[in-house]
Structures are given as C-alpha cells and as structure tokens.
Design a protein around this ligand. Structure first.
Ligand code: S3P
Length: 179
C-alpha cells in the first residue's frame, strides 16, 4: 500500500507522515529529503544552479520510481513536496498508484508556520511578510482548486500533529471497513 501525503508547504506532511508510518509499521519517504540526499545538495542550491524545471523533472522521476516499486509486504508513506502533484501527470500517477491524502491547512495557519521557516524553501525564501501572505493566499487557491482537492481523502490539519494522525487513522480504518 502506498500513501501519498500532499498539500501546501508547511501543512505538516513530513511530521505527520513520519508518525503515521511509525504507527502503522510502514516505510517512510520524504521526497525533498531523498532528492537532497541523492544529489548531495539542498533543493535551493539545485534550483539555483540547474533551474526549477530540472528539480520538477527529478521530482517526477522519483515519483515514477516509487510507483513502480512493489510494496506487497507492507506499506509506505510518501510525504510529497508541495509542488509535486502540480506538475506533469504527477497527480494522476498518485491517484492511480496509491491512496492520496490532502493535508489541508488554512492560510492563517500556513502563514504562522512558514513565516519562521522560509530559509530552505526557494519559492518563498526572499519574501517579506506581506509578500508571503499574498503568495500563500494566491497559490493555495490555485493549487487547491486544480490539484489538491482531487485527493482521495481530505484531512484538515490546523490543530496538533497527533490530532491529524488520529483523524487519518480513524478515517482510513472507517473507509476500509466499508470498502
Ligand atoms: C515546494 C515545496 C517544498 C519543496 C520545494 C518546492 C512547492 O516542499 O519541494 O521548495 O513547490 O510548494 P514542502 O512542501 O515539503 O515544503
């Protein structure tokens, strides 16, 4: 079983994903971290030296690799980079290749989390507070309407991480019972 966690930067995919994997005894992948490990550089550096298109292509290649791998004996939770479902056919691959869960956080919560964590995110690194607010509002609406909202399951994550993990576990168990 493959579970793809998608959603905007700062919605908690990595933190929630890691705990969820632990609780279920699944493997865990953070696509940003795996790309950085394999290429031996930060994403920010990759984008600065090779361009955003290159990074997006690497993301797609990684997704194809994950989807083509059999996970018959257990499962894997994949915390996807915020832009991964928004390029090429990535969202379709996720929808057909596993269970896609959108962690939905409000603009206010995203802003509160991201305003102190801009450093390693090339898209927002140099933004002022006001620019960040506007960027979140505009980009979240676009990504929500065109991509994120098509996920198999939507879980709101404006509260604690534990709360979010419980909601996912309850909802997936419920869905499995009545499948
Ligand atoms: C991006 C989100 C980041 C990272 C890159 C681009 C995006 O991942 O992949 O900076 O396009 O939203 P997180 O969502 O894990 O921060």
């Amino acid at each position: 079983m493959k579970v793809f966690l998608i959603g905007f930067m700062g919605c908690g995919k990595s933190t929630v994903g890691r705990i969820l994997a632990d609780r279920l005894g699944f493997d865990f992948i953070d696509t940003d971290m795996l790309i950085e490990q394999r290429w031996g550089m930060k994403i920010e550096e990759m984008v600065a030296t090779k361009g955003e298109m290159f990074f997006r292509h690497i993301e797609t290649e990684l997704l194809e690799e994950i989807i083509s791998q059999p996970y018959d004996t257990g499962g894997i939770i994949v915390a996807c980079g915020g832009g991964m479902p928004c390029s090429e056919n990535n969202l379709l691959m996720m929808l057909y290749g596993g269970t896609t869960i959108y962690l939905k956080s409000s603009e206010r919560v995203l802003y509160d989390r991201l305003k102190n964590e801009r450093g390693n995110r090339f898209l927002i690194k140099n933004m002022t507070d006001d620019e960040l607010k506007t960027y979140i509002a505009e980009t979240l609406t676009k990504r929500h309407n065109s991509y994120y909202s098509q996920a198999y399951m939507i879980i709101t994550n404006d509260e604690t991480v534990d709360n979010c993990v419980e909601k996912i576990l309850n909802k997936t168990l419920f869905a499995r019972l009545f499948a």
